[in-house]
Design a protein around this ligand. Structure first.
Ligand SMILES: Cc1ncc(COP(=O)(O)O)c(C=O)c1O
Length: 370
């Protein structure tokens, strides 16, 4: 990590504050001798299911595996099309390919950069079996109308909530709308472990059971493989114990992120940068605070010169990825995603960021456009 005076993200501040409890939790796991899929994973599964408003949660090795497992568990496979956003992290699409299906990319809403029902509808093909909806930057997609569309068309819905734990739409937690939803505990996420981790949440006993079987090499019973699509994707006790410590702070951290985001919005008023809008009826958890910025790449350099970190999520839309072009489809084009890829910039955002640091970032942006 380049050491910026105001970094885009800094885990050292959080780990400094929680050093004692994290070390104690890790020591307890070492003393227990139980390393993979034990009581700490089960306790975390129950707590995360409660948080997401679902009946079940299944710990897995990372969010990418979680997407694959969720897709297979809801019945996606070879011959199926899966409609998803053209503007996300690549794992959203590679997981669809890995499940045997074809990603079909929808364009995004230019205000929120999420897909809505119109964009999904425009991308539907006769072979569409499921939709993967991403809550990008922690901002919920409009799940009410999306679920309504999916019901009408007989489609399965998987929520990619890798960036959005704790977010809600019309008062209901994300993760509780789809047939299954997937969380990432990658260290930079709002609830990040100290290594890789992930979880699939669902209210379907059948889907939960299938994910449990598939994450364990297709075994329900030891040494009996029922499904060749099974993989090894288990969450370990060390991650679960560390995540448990952090989970106790998540709602406070989310409130803090929201305060910082509102401060950014206030401080950026009147400048040519345009913050990505929070979905109407939604509560974003601001995994990122992202703006669209004219002369974006020059702005990145200007901020870096001032000691300020920033990140482009994402410079290349999914339908332009070299590894995905030949295995996917983009039936209605994705001009909004392409425009966004050239304009988006995520500014420093993490709960330990000081309000004065937000002011400094905004002042540096103001100076750039003067
Ligand atoms: C939108 C999105 N989907 C999927 C993933 C994959 O999660 P992981 O890194 O835990 O495999 C990530 C994060 O990396 C993500 O941001």
């Amino acid at each position: 990590m380049t050491s910026f005076r105001i970094p885009a993200f800094d885990l050292r501040r959080q780990h400094g504050e929680l050093a004692g409890p994290l070390a104690e939790a890790a020591a307890e796991v070492l003393r227990s001798g139980q390393m993979i899929l034990g009581p700490r994973v089960e306790a975390l599964e129950r707590a995360v299911a409660r948080l997401c408003g679902t009946a079940f949660a299944v710990g897995v090795a990372n969010g990418t595996d979680g997407l694959y497992l969720a897709l297979r568990a809801v019945g996606v496979g070879p011959g199926d099309d899966v409609v998803t956003t053209s503007f996300s992290f690549v794992a959203t699409a590679t997981s669809i390919v890995r499940a045997g299906a074809r990603p079909v990319f929808a364009d995004v809403d230019p205000r929120t950069l999420n897909v809505g029902p119109e964009q999904i509808e425009a991308a539907l093909t006769p072979a569409t079996r499921a939709v993967v909806v991403v809550h990008l930057y922690g901002n919920p997609a409009p799940m009410g109308p999306i679920v309504e569309l999916a019901r009408r068309r007989g489609l399965r819905v998987v929520e990619d909530m890798a960036q959005a734990i704790g977010a809600s739409y019309e008062g209901r937690p994300v993760g509780s709308f789809g047939d299954a939803a997937v969380i990432s505990f990658y260290p930079t996420k709002n609830l990040g472990g100290c290594g890789d981790g992930g979880m699939v949440v669902t209210s379907s006993a059948d889907v939960a059971e299938r994910v449990r079987m598939l994450r364990n090499s297709g075994q329900r019973r030891r040494y009996v493989c029922e499904d060749a699509w099974g993989i090894n994707s288990r969450l370990d006790e060390l991650q679960a114990a560390l995540l448990w410590v952090k989970l106790q702070h998540l709602e406070r951290w989310t409130r803090r992120r929201r305060e910082l985001a509102h401060r950014y919005v206030e401080r950026l008023v009147g400048l040519p940068v345009e913050p990505v809008a929070e979905t109407r009826g939604g509560r974003s958890v601001y995994h990122q605070f992202t703006v669209r910025a004219p002369r974006r790449d020059e702005l990145v350099r200007h901020l870096a010169e001032q000691g300020i970190g920033s990140t482009v999520y994402y410079p290349v839309p999914l339908h332009r990825q070299p590894g995905l072009e030949s295995v996917s489809l983009v039936p209605a084009g994705a001009p909004q995603a392409e425009r966004a890829a050239g304009e988006v910039l995520s500014l420093p955002m993490f709960p330990e960021l000081a309000p004065e640091e937000v002011d400094e970032v905004a002042a540096a942006i103001r100076a750039f456009y003067r």
